[in-house]
Design a protein around this ligand. Structure first.
Ligand SMILES: OC[C@H]1O[C@H](O[C@H]2O[C@H](CO)[C@@H](O)[C@H](O)[C@H]2O)[C@H](O)[C@@H](O)[C@@H]1O
Length: 611
């Protein structure tokens, strides 16, 4: 019953547990956004359909977290299940502003209507499509109101000095690994200073917090996301040749690497490697309580756990969120149910491949900037790590790299796109082209590359999780394609092109049907469908989907030909004008990127007219 659910949500989760944010990470507001009876009351009455809404709401001017909590306790001293929805709603309306009000839309000073990169795309459909993606950056630009800097404790939003591109929809703040694909797209749009400023924001965050949190909110301060800061700097350098910028960013990359080494490392002894302990990395948050942005969902999922087991469950949930794959059968002991989650027992192949990539980038950066000692230090680190990586993750009998499970002392040899991360990160001897061919063939036999709409996130059906079959995500499709493209083998490079074409057709056709780019797609359908599953509705926007698509179109701009159904509307909409086309998604939902259509469309037109 509702009362039983309220009682469950109101139980004691915080005492003695590590919180997602606390007095150390966010002194003035942790008691509102990461803990406490007010948070529980809001979740118990389901004040909003999305748990994230409340924890994104700023406190009203001249209020502090302490004052709000003491007033709440004074007004409602009794059990949480006795507080009504109306009472909670009145209290929240009295003390909080609406979510998103601390951010403004912004102009991109380096945006021009027709960048030369897009004009040189050969195929008319893809040129028109890329042009539409280029317009979307304007809608996803956000800057912080000045009070976020001057009065930080009133906001769950983390202050950063420069404007940035958001994913879109409910994701109104920066996200760490999303930003890598966003930046790939910005570089394709020749928005170099926007890309540079986003990277500078992350350097600022590393300097302040010692690492990059999952996203730009205080409730993300105890977990990170896949480490893509160094690759962002690397790709920016490849596009601009700006050595000075690389020099400026090196201290931040070093500092972030320390975070992963000190707080996320794990010793692995693989059985057939005698007496050898290998130092690897894991996704492993310290937090042991429900994620504030999904508080209600986490409490309900933890219904059958108590005490230490419940703390461990929340830690495994938060650690899966740190992986970016929240949630997936990849982390489940039984391959099907969230209740069997064991993220912290797993040594993930992708995280270790990404850190291997970081090491490679660092040895390169130190050579580039003329520091032979540090170049040598990182080269040695890379060489040793690559050897260890092969020992821990490569399974000769299954011709591939796989996650290693510390509990089961075995590998998970199921298909996941993360198995291709070492190709993307080049954490193998690139001269060993046969290895890459073997890995590709092994993945192909799973059937994952034969889906009509792109590569799915797993082949585990009916888990109803968003990072599972039949959902395809742009970062993972892009990563596989790039991994194959970067190999020295022409056959694999051709396979990369075929996968890119398929993924792009899904993007174009869905855009044509819905007038929007989406967070993820259902790839089992030939006619491109929106994805389902997970704990929130599929979101429109969408930062990394735009970025990955733009990057792939530009990579293959000389030979890509659209061969799907005729999309006359897309071509006639954009090829002859620099005005922004209509951006109303064709769905039942009434909002887009968190703003109503009636607000967004005029804004876009005004920005374009100003330009
Ligand atoms: O609110 C639930 C979860 O939402 C985020 O995860 C998803 O969106 C992110 C932004 O696009 C993306 O980075 C992540 O891979 C997605 O699974 C958030 O990152 C999670 O931490 C959060 O719990």
């Amino acid at each position: 019953t509702d009362t039983e659910i309220s009682r469950l949500i109101g139980a004691d989760y915080f005492n003695g547990s590590v919180l997602p944010c606390d007095n150390e990470t966010s002194p003035g507001n942790w008691m509102v956004y990461c803990s406490g009876r007010l948070l529980q009351a809001v979740m118990a009455v389901k004040l909003y359909p999305d748990s994230k809404t409340f924890v994104d709401q700023p406190m009203k001017a001249n209020l502090t977290g302490e004052v709000i909590i003491s007033e709440f306790n004074h007004r409602f001293p009794g059990p949480i299940e006795k507080i009504s929805k109306e009472e909670v709603a009145d209290f929240v309306n009295e003390f909080f502003d609406k979510e998103g009000l601390e951010l403004d839309v912004c102009e991109l000073p380096d945006w021009i209507p027709r960048p030369s990169s897009i004009s040189q795309i050969q195929d008319p459909t893809y040129q028109a499509f890329a042009q539409r993606l280029h317009f979307i950056w304007i809608q996803l630009c956000r800057k912080m109101k000045p009070e976020v800097k001057t009065d930080q404790e009133r906001f769950s939003l983390l202050y950063v000095p420069h404007q940035f591109i958001i994913p879109g929809g409910r994701f109104r703040e920066f996200y760490y690994w999303d930003a890598y694909w966003i930046i790939r797209g910005l570089l394709g749009s020749q928005l170099y200073s926007t890309a540079r400023n986003m990277i500078r924001n992350f350097a600022y965050i590393i300097d302040k917090h010692g690492f990059i949190p999952n996203g730009g909110r205080v409730y993300y301060l105890r977990r990170s996301q896949p480490p893509f800061f160094a690759p962002m700097v690397y790709d920016y350098y490849m596009a601009t040749q700006d050595v000075q910028f690389v020099n400026d960013m090196i201290p931040a990359i070093e500092k972030e690497y320390q975070f992963w080494s000190k707080r996320r490392s794990v010793n692995v002894t693989v059985e057939d490697v005698m007496n050898e302990t290998l130092h690897m990395f894991q996704y492993r948050t310290e937090a042991q309580t429900p994620r504030p942005e999904s508080f209600r969902e986490d409490v309900l999922s933890a219904e059958n756990f108590e005490g230490r087991k419940r703390k461990q469950f929340f830690k495994d949930i938060g650690s899966a969120a740190e992986s970016g794959w929240d949630f997936s059968s990849r982390w489940f002991k039984d391959g099907g149910n969230l209740s069997s989650i064991e993220t912290t027992n797993i040594v993930p192949v992708d995280l270790n491949a990404f850190l291997c990539y970081n090491m490679n980038i660092m040895q390169f950066f130190y050579q580039l900037t003329g520091n032979p000692i540090k170049h040598m230090e990182w080269s040695t680190r890379l060489r040793n790590f690559r050897d260890a990586f092969t020992k821990v993750f490569y399974v000769p009998a299954r011709k591939g790299w796989y996650d290693y499970n510390l509990r089961a002392k075995t590998h998970n040899t199921d298909f996941f796109p993360s198995n291709a991360a070492p190709l993307f990160a080049q954490c193998y001897d690139p001269m060993n082209s046969q290895l890459a061919v073997d890995v590709y063939n092994q993945m192909e036999t799973s059937g994952a590359f034969a889906m009509p709409g792109g590569v799915p996130t797993s082949l585990h059906k009916n888990t109803h999780q968003q990072w599972d079959y039949p959902n395809g995500w742009s970062p993972l499709n892009h990563m596989i394609i790039e991994g194959l493209r970067k190999s020295i083998n022409p056959t694999l490079q051709q396979k990369a092109f075929i996968l890119a074409k398929k993924w792009l057709e899904t993007n174009v056709m869905t855009f044509n049907a819905s007038n929007a780019m989406w967070e993820k797609y259902d790839v089992k359908e030939p006619d491109a469908k929106l994805a389902t599953g997970g704990e929130y509705e599929v979101q429109a926007g969408f930062g990394w989907t735009n970025g990955a698509a733009l990057d792939l179109i530009l990579t293959y701009s000389d030979r890509l030909k659209y061969s799907g159904p005729l999309l006359q509307s897309l071509i006639s909409d954009t090829t002859s004008s620099s005005d922004p086309p209509s951006t109303t998604p064709i769905t039942s939902s009434s909002t887009y990127f968190g703003f109503s259509h009636s607000f967004l469309l005029p804004c876009t037109i005004i920005v374009a007219l100003l330009l």
